[in-house]
Design a protein around this ligand. Structure first.
Ligand SMILES: [Cu+2]
Length: 139
């Protein structure tokens, strides 16, 4: 029981420290269409952020998100989700240690939220801790 308490305090402290470090930092990535016609974006998930967290892609060109999570001392699970079926984007996928490809083709310009909704016990969700971002689809 003592070990569990220590672990929880550790997670809480490190979570707060990392959140403070990365909160409010906007990392913008503008995707380009490569020779195979695909817009490839590499995204890393950590405590508690996406890097990059503001992604700009072109409408009607296929997108590939290559996602992975950082493997820290304590493996904290992360997922990545965008729920915008009206724009042809609707997925929720775990972020593994090894890169994983998520494919979609955005069909409507706009801004769509990227979130991780993992949550540890009664703590805030990862989204609340700052693990969210924005996908901007442009014409
Ligand atoms: Cu997360």
């Amino acid at each position: 029981m003592r070990t569990i308490k220590c672990l929880m305090v550790f997670l809480l402290v490190t979570g707060v420290a990392f959140a403070a470090e990365t909160a409010g930092t906007k990392k913008i990535f503008t995707a380009t269409v490569d020779s195979s016609g695909v817009q490839r974006v590499e995204i890393t998930g950590g405590e508690y952020y996406f890097d990059p967290n503001y992604i700009i892609v072109k409408k009607d060109f296929p997108v590939e998100f290559v996602v992975k999570r950082l493997s820290g001392v304590i493996p904290i699970p992360h997922d990545i989700a965008i729920e915008a079926p009206e724009a042809g984007i609707n997925f929720r996928e775990d972020m593994p240690k090894e890169p994983k490809v998520i494919r979609f083709t955005p069909t409507k310009a706009g801004k769509y939220e990227i979130t991780c909704d993992k949550k540890f016990l009664f703590f805030e969700s990862h989204k609340e801790k700052g693990m969210h971002g924005m996908l901007e689809v442009v014409e």
